[in-house]
Design a protein around this ligand. Structure first.
Ligand code: OGA
Ligand code: MN
Length: 213
């Protein structure tokens, strides 16, 4: 009889690195998570949906109390349907699924599904400091923010600012291919005002819900 082994994803070591970091400090910045071709496929899909008017001003809160709060957030979002995804989006979601399984093996969070949206911030847009878990509603467990912007520089603004447990902050440029993951219940964060249009694919690994959202 051998001791139970933790299954790994030998073909995708970055997934295991992220899962280990989520179990450790609780956050991870993964530069180059996607390569330029994969990013380009996602950019094209987002642009197609943007041009056909499918983005809507993002709202704040949970089902029933969702409200437009332009003083809090000013991005526009297009929710994705994971069941309909193919191409670059399907490829990305397959890795998110591998991450879901890897995190469940280490953290026993009972992650059950993924929800996500493309988000576009126009120049001047921001998202003030917040937590992705809502009070009394804990189904969002792991935040996964994937950036889709070429050649981002510090003067372009739009950094993700993570408030770490140490009291320090970490600013991340929203540079194409970078994936930032963190425990949704733990880390407050904000999007600093951007000077350029800023595109991302933001989502959450969730626990199963008793009530519908
Ligand atoms: C969010 C969010 C961060 C980012 O959509 O909840 O915090 O960097 N996004 O886009
Ligand atoms: Mn957030």
């Amino acid at each position: 009889m051998v001791a139970a082994l933790t299954p790994t994803s030998p073909d995708d070591p970055e997934i295991e690195r992220i899962a280990a970091a989520l179990a450790g400090p609780g956050w991870c910045v993964s530069t180059g998570f996607l390569d330029a071709t994969q990013v380009q496929g996602l950019v094209l899909e987002a642009q197609r949906r943007w041009q056909s008017g499918e983005f809507r001003p993002a709202r704040v809160g949970i089902a029933g109390t969702l409200a437009l709060r332009p003083e809090v957030r000013r991005d526009a979002v297009r929710w994705i349907d994971p069941g309909q995804a193919s191409g670059a989006l399907g490829g990305y979601l397959a890795r998110v699924e591998a991450l879901r399984q890897a995190v469940n093996r280490r953290l026993y969070l009972g992650l059950f599904e993924y929800e996500g949206h493309f988000a576009r911030y126009e120049p001047g847009a921001f998202y003030r400091r917040h937590l992705d878990q809502f009070e009394g509603v804990q189904y969002r467990q792991v935040s996964c923010v994937l950036y889709l912007n070429d050649a981002w520089a510090a003067h372009d603004g739009g950094e993700l600012r993570l408030y770490l447990n140490s009291g320090e902050t970490l600013d991340v440029l929203p540079l194409a291919g970078t994936l930032v993951t963190f425990l949704s219940a733990v880390f407050e964060h904000e999007v600093l005002p951007t000077a350029r249009p800023r595109l991302s694919l933001t989502g959450w690994l969730r626990q199963r819900l008793a009530a519908a959202t």
